[in-house]
Design a protein around this ligand. Structure first.
Ligand code: SF4
Length: 176
């Protein structure tokens, strides 16, 4: 398994509704061969949002986008057009191929992964709605954390204020 992804790919609308002024697609890239053996290694090193080894499917964050890896293909979210799709295909293919080459140095991780629900995360946030994370409320930030669209480090009070040290520990444990 040296070349994992095919050169050709297609764009599919990201949802039923496509804004003509700002269309968004997902790039669907067929695999050269079965990608399932790669998933436990990816689960060990990538920023994984979801992993179901039974399906099997793994979703991870890559340069602000979600990338879903299945046996037969890789899907990259939030792609603007074919040119951007080509660049992202190249980057993701390089990342996965490098990972596969180095797999002997990685301890594979086989257990499933999901992020906790927004309300569970919210319970441990400062709940001051200060807005420093870029979201209007702590609950909005918790929603983004629960889908892997935000990074905990954006909540500065959690890391800077002594009062929230215990909350920080809980959230670091919850979010892995
Ligand atoms: S920075 Fe933290 S405390 Fe402030 S609104 Fe965002 S999540 Fe809430």
């Amino acid at each position: 398994m040296t070349r994992l992804l095919r050169e050709d790919f297609r764009l599919e609308p990201a949802s039923c509704f496509v804004d003509a002024n700002c269309p968004r697609y997902k790039a669907v890239i067929p695999a050269e061969e079965d990608l399932a053996p790669l998933l436990p290694y990816l689960n060990a090193v990538a920023k994984v949002v979801f992993y179901d080894p039974a399906e099997p499917v793994l979703i991870f964050k890559f340069e602000g986008r979600k990338v879903a890896v299945r046996r037969d293909d890789v899907r990259i979210s939030d792609v603007r057009d074919i040119e951007e799709g080509k660049i992202l295909r190249e980057k993701v293919a390089r990342f996965l191929e490098e990972l596969w080459r180095k797999r002997d140095e990685i301890t594979p991780r086989h257990e499933p992964r999901t992020l906790p629900p927004a309300l569970t995360i919210y319970r441990h946030l400062p709940q001051t709605n200060c807005g420093r994370c870029g979201e209007a409320t702590c609950l909005a930030f918790a929603s983004k954390l629960s889908t892997g669209e935000a990074d905990l480090s954006a909540c500065r009070p959690l890391f800077e204020e002594e009062d929230f040290a215990a909350n920080q520990n809980e959230l670091l444990k919850l979010l892995g």
